[in-house]
Structure formats: C-alpha cells, structure tokens
Design a protein around this ligand. Structure first.
Ligand code: BES
Ligand code: MN
Ligand code: ZN
Length: 491
C-alpha cells in the first residue's frame, strides 16, 4: 500500500539552509526575481542561482517548472530545486508545481522554503497527490530511507491548519488509486469489503450485505453478474453523518466489478488484464468517503458499492437469460459483458428506496465507447438535472478533473426495447455510452436529481498525468469532495 511521505510544517529560517540535508526548494519568478530564501541560497552557492537565471534554460522555463542544481557549493544539500513560480498564481498552477517538485524529490528528504508564498497549501496538496507509487508487489529494494517533506513558512501553524483537509483529500485519492491498481487475485470482493470495513476506524458506519441478503432484497440482476465467480457478490454501504440529523444524504453509487472477463460473452485476450480496474467507480466512492470522514465534512453522504466478479463458468449467466431487477423490471441479457449496468441498477434502486437521498451520483467504468468519444481526458457526464450537473461540472473544473456532459433522450432509450422482457441490456453499437446511461436512468425515480459518470477512460491511464504516475489516477475524488463542500455542507 502506498503511504504519504510524512509532511511537517516548520518556521521559515533561510539562514539554516546551509546545514539542511536532502533537497532544498526555493522560489524564483519567471522574470528572475528571487525571494528571501532564494537570495540566501544564491549567496551560499556563490551566485549559482543568478547564473541559472541568466541561462537560456531558464528563459525557456515555464511557470511551475523545477530546475535542479545538484551538489550546490556552500550548502550541505544534495540539490537545490529552483521552483519557477509567478507571485500571483491559481490554485491549479500551485498544485501542478507541487506535483513537479514531488516527482523530482521522489519520496526523499525535501525542505520547501515557502516563506510567505500564497497558495502554499495548494502547492502542498500537489506534492501530496504526486507522492505516490504502487510498488507493493515489487520485491523490496535495499534500504529505502525514510524520507520527509518539510514545508517552512512564515506562518507554519496557519499553513498546517489550511493543509489538514487537503491532506485528508490526498489520502482519499491515494486509497482510490491503491484499489484501482490492485490486481484481481488480491482485491477480491471479500478483500475489497474488508478494506471498506477498516474505515470504521475513521468514523464511517459500514455494512456489508452478503448474497443471502441480496437475494432477499431481490437484487437478481446484480447477482446474475457474480454467479459465475467463486468470489461472493456483496454490496457495501458506507455512511458518513456529518450534517444535520435527518437531512437527506447525497448518495454515491459505484460499480465494483473486481474483474471483468466479459463472462460467457468473453472478451478478447489482448488487454483483458486492464479489467482489474473495472471496480474504478467503487474505488472512487470508497476514496471519497475516506476523504470526507478524515476531514470530518459537515454533510450527510452515503456510499454504496456493488462488488462482483464477472466470470464464465457452468453456473454463469447466458446470453438470452432473463432476470428480474430489485425494482421489478425484467432484463433480457443479450451480452454478459454489459454487466456494469446490471450491477448498478439494483444498487441505485436500493439506495433510493432505503435512503431517500437528496441526489444520486453513480460512477462506473461502464463503456469502451466513452473512450472512443472522449479519450482519456474527460469522463462522460449524463444527468437529468441541470443544477446538480452544472454544480458538478464546476467542481470538476476547479479541481482540474476533466468532465464533459453528454446527451440523453427518448430515441436512445428506445434502443433498449426487448421482444421478450421489459428491456435488454445493450442497445447496439451506436451511442453505446448513452444507451448505457439510458439503461441506468430507467432505475432513477421520478424527480430524483441524478448524475452518471462514465469513467472508463479516466480511471486508469497508460502515461503519467500532472498528479499521478501511470496507472490509477483517482479521478473524481477531488471533484466529488468539492461538490460536497460547495453544495451539501452547512455553513
Ligand atoms: N468494463 C467494460 C468497459 C470498459 C472498457 C472499461 C474499457 C474500461 C476500459 C464494460 O463492462 C464493458 O465490457 N462494456 C462493453 C459494453 C458492450 C458489451 C455493450 C463495451 O464497452 O464494449
Ligand atoms: Mn464488461
Ligand atoms: Zn465492466
């Protein structure tokens, strides 16, 4: 499991820099103006930073870049990291700069001379987000030295207080990434449920509904997906009650297919290993609940995830089978690889019946089609409620998480008509992401504000992003946390 390099906040003391070990980061503007610590470091290093500022390399540097001077003269430090930062910057710029710094420091000892920099909290969040590696399954290398990040500030106590909720958020993001990166032989439905239950320690109320219970509730479509697997299907319910007693919660619902072979409609071998991330929606719900609990959000939020494995076997669902959902509607299963919607429809219905929520947001790595449409830059956003949808889009934008709204409509819904049941589970190739969303909308009650996020393209990617190394991104935790703060928290 990844763990954040410990971050400590301390007094800003440029004179102490000469004795600092590890890496030391100082601030210089793109115009070449040094702050107090940078001037001190420049003096200690016999004009090294001034020469850097005169160089062609510096002229080409962009805001947020880090230029490292290794083994600077006159200092104990092994490197002086010059952070090129304008004095006025946006939170996203500060985060991206922090992320670059963390990438350079790679978990080793680093002292950041933040001084009186504004947006130091965002810089710190960026460092925490990028301070991530998933190396649980690599044999340990020789002695990994215990790194530490020290952020020195003229107001360290204030900065520490401002960073507390942001570091809680980073822990939520890291939990999501850990879940999404984990292989399916480790992260079984049972192990996923165990990790969720561990969050009781941070004040979440957790229940795990087992197969017998799900059977009693009538969740046949969810159970039909998991019935070919030796891992038992489960639904986990996480409640965070930080808001007014009795106030309707926001419900977050996640697709947790721990591995998607396609079932009897078996997927091709090439790339099938990527389907370890098919529990990405459940991962985001879980990480968001963790962040909300750690920062003690003043809101009522309930997270529900359907945990199943989609496997072929003698007991697996066949194409052509008809199953009844908890709602009572019947579904003709044309393709057992369109399983996410079968899981979500029962969990969505249960969430609405039990919690009478103020709104529902579901997340799922639902369709390959959304990757064709939007690539890896934006999640597909589908909604029946402009207010909630616009609030989400705004939250995603301010958190630098790509999200793009897609249409819904009757003509798409018509593609789901079945000859023998109330609906079929696929609507053909055209508009595959939209017909998947239409399927889900059939399980949203009248008047219930709802957003469906298709995160198939953004949950895990094959190259580094600004905030994460290749692999799981944790996309969505920050946007949902921001939406809760903006729309659902008292004060
Ligand atoms: N889990 C997949 C969608 C997916 C594809 C996620 C690529 C991440 C990357 C989903 O269960 C699926 O198989 N969808 C099918 C639906 C089709 C059978 C209607 C798809 O997209 O091909
Ligand atoms: Mn599938
Ligand atoms: Zn799937």
């Amino acid at each position: 499991m990844s763990s954040l390099t410990p971050i400590r906040f301390a007094d800003y003391d440029p004179k102490a820099m000469a004795e600092m070990t590890g890496r030391v980061a100082v601030l210089v503007t793109p115009e070449g103006s040094m702050d107090q610590a940078a001037r001190s470091a420049n003096r200690m290093a016999k004009g090294g930073i001034a020469r850097l500022i005169e160089s062609d390399g510096f002229k080409k540097a962009k805001a947020g870049d880090v230029i490292s001077l290794n083994w600077p003269a006159g200092m104990q430090a092994e490197a002086l990291d010059v952070l090129v930062l304008p004095r006025k910057l946006t939170p996203v710029e500060a985060r991206q700069a922090g992320a670059k710094l963390a990438k350079v420091a790679a978990g080793k000892r680093l002292t950041v001379m933040a001084g009186s920099m504004n947006k130091a909290a965002d810089l710190t969040l960026g460092m925490a987000l990028r301070d991530y590696t998933f190396d649980d399954h690599k044999s340990p290398k020789e002695e990994t030295s215990g790194g530490e990040v020290v952020v020195t500030s003229k107001t360290p106590a204030d900065l520490e207080a401002a960073c507390a909720p942001l570091l809680a958020l980073a822990e939520g993001v890291h939990m999501t990434r850990d879940l999404v990166n984990e292989p399916a032989n480790v992260l079984t439905t049972t192990e996923f449920a165990r990790r969720i239950e561990e969050m009781k320690e941070i004040g979440l109320e957790v229940e795990i509904l087992e197969e017998a219970e799900l059977e009693k509730l009538g969740m046949r479509t969810l159970l039909s997906v998991g019935q070919g697997s030796d891992s038992p299907s489960k639904v986990a319910v996480m409640q965070w009650q930080g808001g007014d007693e009795g106030a309707a919660p926001l419900a977050l619902v996640g697709k947790g297919v721990v591995f998607d072979t396609g079932g009897i409609s078996l997927k091709p071998a090439a790339g099938m290993e990527d389907m370890t991330m098919d529990m990405g929606g459940a991962g985001v719900v879980t990480g968001t609940m963790k962040a909300l609990a750690l920062r003690k959000a003043k809101a009522n939020v309930v997270g529900l995830v359907g945990l199943v494995e989609n496997m072929p076997s003698g007991n697996a669902t066949r194409p052509g089978d008809v199953v009844k959902s908890m709602k009572g509607d019947t579904v003709e299963i044309i393709n057992t690889d369109a399983e996410g919607r079968l899981v979500l429809c029962d969990v969505l219905w249960y969430a609405q019946e039990r919690f009478k929520p103020a709104g529902v947001i579901d997340l799922a790595t639902l369709t390959g089609a959304v990757i064709i449409g939007l690539g890896h830059e934006n999640a597909g956003v589908f909604s029946n409620d402009d207010d909630l949808c616009n609030a989400f889009l705004k939250a995603a934008k301010s958190e630098d998480e790509g999200a793009w709204r897609m249409p819904l409509g009757q003509a798409y819904d018509d593609q789901l008509k079945s000859r023998i049941a109330d609906m079929k589970n696929v609507g053909g190739r055209p508009a595959g992401s939209i017909t998947a969303a239409q399927f889900l909308q059939r399980f949203i009650q009248d008047g219930m504000p709802w957003i469906h996020l298709d995160i198939a393209g953004v949950a895990s990617v094959k190259s580094d992003t600004s905030y994460a190394p290749k692999g799981a991104t944790g996309w969505g935790v920050m946007a949902l946390n921001r939406l809760v703060a903006d729309k659902f928290e008292a004060e």
